[in-house]
Ligand binder design. Sequence first.
Ligand code: OSB
Ligand code: MG
Length: 368
Amino acid sequence: MRLEGVELRHISMPLVAPFRTSFGTQTVRELVLLRVVTDEGEGWGECVAMPDPLYSSEYVEGCMDVLRRFLIPALAAAGPLDAHAVAGTLLPFKGHRMAKAALEMGVLDAELRAAGRSFGQELGATRDRVPCGVSVGIMDSVPALLDAVGGYLDEGYVRIKLKIEPGWDVEPVRAVRERFGDEVLLQVDANTAYTLADAEHLARLDPFDLLLIEQPLEEEDVLGHADLAKLIGTPVCLDESITSAQSAVAAIRLGACAIVNIKPGRVGGYLEAVRIHDACVEAGVAVWCGGMLETGLGRAANVALAALPGFTLPGDTSGSGRYYRADVTDPFVLDDGHLTVPTGPGLGVAPLPDALAEVTTATEWVPV
Ligand code: OSB
Ligand code: MG
């Protein structure tokens, strides 16, 4: 299979409701999609970076720059395409994992479509559907939060994740427990908003029997998470800090996390995501599939990944309608709290031309 070029498609999709985290508020999801064109057909990659480097150092325009300037030319120069060789080919370029992940995803999709194999088969999915959680943003008031959580529970979501930050943590958690009971699977995500000096405060979450607290401290503070884990009862889960299988193994050995959030974009691709899964299974550490407000393309691949046996906790693999009024693919719709793993070749879904055109703000052809 030979690379003929890559189309970078900048898209902008309104969210059904503002999504507020400790690092900012999104009202629109702007991202770049990659159409990887080969002599044997095409494949789609989704770059999960956001427009501003607030979640991590990557951002949309930076990803587009590194793709067109370095990553795509290096891949073209490496000879015949092989999805399993993409990461190695791109290894000389430091960082830029979301950009690399998007390119690898597009190549893998093209390869699997041509071979008639699905992402689920390729990654090692062992289930045909996955239970779904939902990530609930910071709200203006506790009543507004309870309305939102109640709505998601009515839709069938099997796990609730509350975004937290200083000033919005113990009270919203207490309110959700009081209203919806102790049976609800509940966890929180701080997106690095705390410091180790907040340990005593975070221990006030202990009575609420949370599944986990996700990334309370800054990305590079792995030892801080190990210290914090000894001071609070809630299990610590890492998101931002885990950028590879190597960093996952190190964090686990240091006692910095008891659970790992796996996001393929953050770790350089779906194949590295599988290696993290394998390492965590080996270490007896539970994993779950994170999300980055993906379109139906990234969602299809995430659902396939979440069907691997080590994904024992529900992921942020919500239905399309939690994010978008109109997805770029046929929508993913919850069935009894679950999403079905696509079985068609490659991602098993493709952009609907009209829906894609509707949200496309710029298209750039990168020849090779
Ligand atoms: O930290 O998990 C996160 C969204 C964007 C960036 C970071 C995060 C999130 C979410 C939403 O929590 C996950 C989703 O539903 O896609
Ligand atoms: Mg997170």
